[in-house]
Design a binder for this molecule. Structure first.
Ligand SMILES: Nc1nc2c(ncn2[C@@H]2O[C@H](COP(=O)(O)OP(=O)(O)OP(=O)(O)O)[C@@H](O)[C@H]2O)c(=O)[nH]1
Ligand SMILES: [Mg+2]
Length: 297
């Protein structure tokens, strides 16, 4: 349920209670892990899913395990960094999670314009929830969705209201929330530990610390080409080449749709930037191997 450095909180379904269990700092457990405990030793069971991200310094973080939904939480204040939503959607799809978007703070004046933009770009790609943790708008719809038995994690920049939404769904948990800074209009990294919560009518949700960098981990060119939000309308098998990168290949359906203005040119440019990034990552190890070999000889 939570990982506090040298201890983890474990939920025991049989007696519906939590207990703190000591672990090594580097035990590798993450929120959502299923474990068995025998003679005070915690053994992790195989994960059905795992979602990772890379931070700006190249550090890899596992966001959670055994999840089926990624809730990308955004707001008009603070705004997410450019590319955050796209990276999160691609990472979720590559990890077999269903990405959904939650646009929080519908009570703010800046909401309408931002919401319209999000709807325009992502409406045909993912389910979008409109919410206000402040006045309760949309909470019941979110609760109903999770009551179908989903287990999701909230990810998003600091200050968008992840913990506030969970507090509104489950007032008794009383997670700490933090004011947005007046000058920088950003959050204050209030949440520092991911915690899993059982929802009232079924389903589970993980609150996690806010972050800005959703660097893609182990995403292949083919995954990016298939999962980039907005390319769904091109269909999976409609390019001439099965491994089409949608850059300069002949009979590429994506390029055709860009030319017909059915895929926004700006969105396509963002895709090309992400493609170069993924190619950089894919090419790097080969160079490393070659250097390595030369050294040995
Ligand atoms: N107006 C308005 N403010 C909100 C809403 N939801 C959250 N806030 C405010 O936004 C600020 C940040 O909320 P948090 O819930 O701490 O945000 P967080 O995403 O959990 O932030 P981190 O834990 O730092 O990642 C607080 O001052 C909340 O009161 C909302 O729907 N409307
Ligand atoms: Mg929080």
């Amino acid at each position: 349920m939570a990982h506090y450095g040298v201890a983890v909180d474990v939920y025991f379904p049989d007696n519906q209670a939590c207990s703190m269990v000591r672990v090594k700092r580097s035990s590798g457990h993450v929120v959502g892990d299923k474990v068995v405990i025998k003679d005070d030793v915690l053994t992790r069971l195989e994960r059905s899913s795992e979602l990772s991200r890379m931070d700006a310094r190249g550090g890899i973080h596992i966001v959670g395990a055994n999840l089926d939904v990624l809730c990308i939480v955004v707001s008009c204040e603070p705004l997410p960094p450019p590319g955050f939503i796209d990276r999160a959607i691609v990472a979720a799809r590559a990890g077999n999670l269903r990405p959904v978007l939650i646009v929080n703070k519908s009570d703010l004046a800046c909401f309408a314009g931002y919401h319209a933009l999000v709807q325009k770009v992502y409406r045909e790609s993912v389910k979008i929830f409109t919410l206000s943790a402040e006045d309760g708008t949309g909470l019941e719809t979110l609760n109903t969705f999770f009551s179908e038995g989903h287990r999701g994690v909230f990810v998003g920049p600091t200050g968008v209201g992840k913990s506030s939404i969970l507090n509104s769904l489950l007032p008794e948990i009383n997670l700490t929330t933090g004011e947005i800074s007046e000058t920088k209009k950003r959050g204050r990294n209030t949440t520092t530990v991911s915690t899993l919560h059982l929802l009232r009518d079924g389903g589970e949700l993980v609150d996690s610390p806010g972050f800005n960098d959703f660097g893609m981990v182990d995403i292949s060119i083919q995954q990016l080409a298939a999962y980039f939000p907005g390319f769904e309308k091109a269909g999976q098998e409609s390019c001439r080449f099965r491994d089409c990168k949608h850059r300069e290949e002949p009979d590429c359906k994506v390029i055709e749709l860009v030319e017909q203005e059915q895929i926004d040119r700006e969105r396509y440019t963002i895709y090309l930037q992400m493609l170069s990034e993924v190619e950089g990552v894919e090419i790097q190890p080969k160079y490393r191997d070659r250097r390595h070999r030369r050294k040995k000889n």
